[in-house]
Write a protein that binds this ligand. Structure first.
Ligand SMILES: CC(C)(COP(=O)(O)OP(=O)(O)OC[C@H]1O[C@@H](n2cnc3c(N)ncnc32)[C@H](O)[C@@H]1OP(=O)(O)O)[C@@H](O)C(=O)NCCC(=O)NCCS
Length: 292
């Protein structure tokens, strides 16, 4: 049983707890804190702020609000999930997954079927949670989405983001969030399917993974593309290398989305000693499900 509970936050007191938690999750930039009055206005107008509490202390939150997207049939309502943050001392304990699961239930209850949000595609933990565990997919790469960001996690690099689509009434998502959730893919599934990563990471003496010099041609129906397993650590050791990764993956994903590939899965595997992090992209009717 998890040692935390989740509740809907609505009061000004609750919102100031969320302000404080934001400072702990994204240190260093007071102007990037979403203030209590904005959170209150959002929740009075269909927005959702959910908090996770352990021993009466807030350890995580997720915040989103209704939005409109353009479709050929005109504007259509969706839920725009703007921020999720878990206190650094409570990560990797399932709090993020549980908050998104609660959000999934609430948004379905509002009668919506589409949730979107953005994340940095080089963050392996976020990718694993969003794509593999929650079943979001991605076809949209946004360059420098938030301009120059000032907080401690994001400062210094162009704020490129994936915008993911979470189709919350689909079997794909229900299979991941239901009682008997689908096991996530591992390297053995990739190997068994006869697939090979599009490129191999290059290592020099510093043991930091480097992207290839040039983007290989994107030809296969399924692409497996590897990223660093800990991009924030890499960035803190070798900033120039972090920039190389940003620009390499920008070129890669923009080319892939232009060629109609879809990010549909993510592998995070610690089995072979060194953790490995790989996106799976599918084209047309191909899906890795056939290899499960
Ligand atoms: C991203 C974040 C919200 C995830 O919350 P969390 O509570 O740690 O997430 P969960 O524990 O539910 O899931 C994380 C999963 O990633 C796995 N993981 C840990 N390190 C990983 C890595 N380097 N690569 C891939 N997966 C990793 C965990 O093992 C866990 O999977 P498991 O439950 O199957 O073991 C949290 O880490 C956070 O607040 N990060 C900083 C702010 C941020 O990036 N917010 C999101 C954008 S607004």
């Amino acid at each position: 049983m998890p040692s935390f509970n989740i509740r809907l936050l609505e009061s000004p007191e609750d919102m100031s707890l969320v302000e404080d938690l934001q400072r702990a999750v994204w240190p260093g930039s007071e102007t990037d804190v979403v203030p209590a009055h904005m959170l209150i206005t959002a929740v009075h107008n269909g927005g959702l702020v959910l908090g996770a509490f352990s021993e009466e202390k807030i350890i995580g939150f997720v915040f989103g609000f209704p939005g409109l997207e353009s479709t050929p049939d005109g504007p259509r309502a969706k839920h725009c999930s703007h921020m999720m943050g878990i206190h650094p001392s409570h990560r990797d304990s399932g709090v993020g997954f549980a908050l998104k699961r609660a959000q999934w239930q609430m948004v379905r209850h509002q009668g919506l079927d589409h949730v979107t949000w953005t994340y940095d595609p080089l963050l392996s933990r976020n990718a694993y949670l969003n794509i593999a565990k929650l079943g979001a997919v991605c076809t949209t790469y946004r360059r420098a989405e938030y301009g120059e960001m000032r907080d401690g996690l994001n400062a210094g690099l162009p704020s490129d983001r994936f915008q993911v689509d979470w189709w919350i009434n689909t079997r794909r998502v229900e299979r991941r969030l239901g009682k008997r959730s689908r096991p996530t893919l591992k390297l053995t599934h990739i190997a068994r399917s006869g697939l090979h990563p599009l490129y191999s990471l290059q290592y020099r003496t510093d043991d930091l993974p480097r992207p290839p010099e040039h983007l290989p041609p994107l030809e296969d129906r399924l692409l497996v593309v590897e990223i660093p397993d800990d991009f924030l650590a890499l960035k803190s050791i070798d900033f120039a290398l972090a920039r190389d990764w940003r620009f390499f993956t920008r070129e890669l994903f923009e080319a892939a989305f232009a060629a109609s590939y879809i990010v549909t899965d993510f592998v995070f595997d610690r089995a072979e000693g060194k953790p490995r992090s790989l996106y799976v992209l599918t084209h047309g009717e191909s899906t890795l499900e056939q290899f499960e």
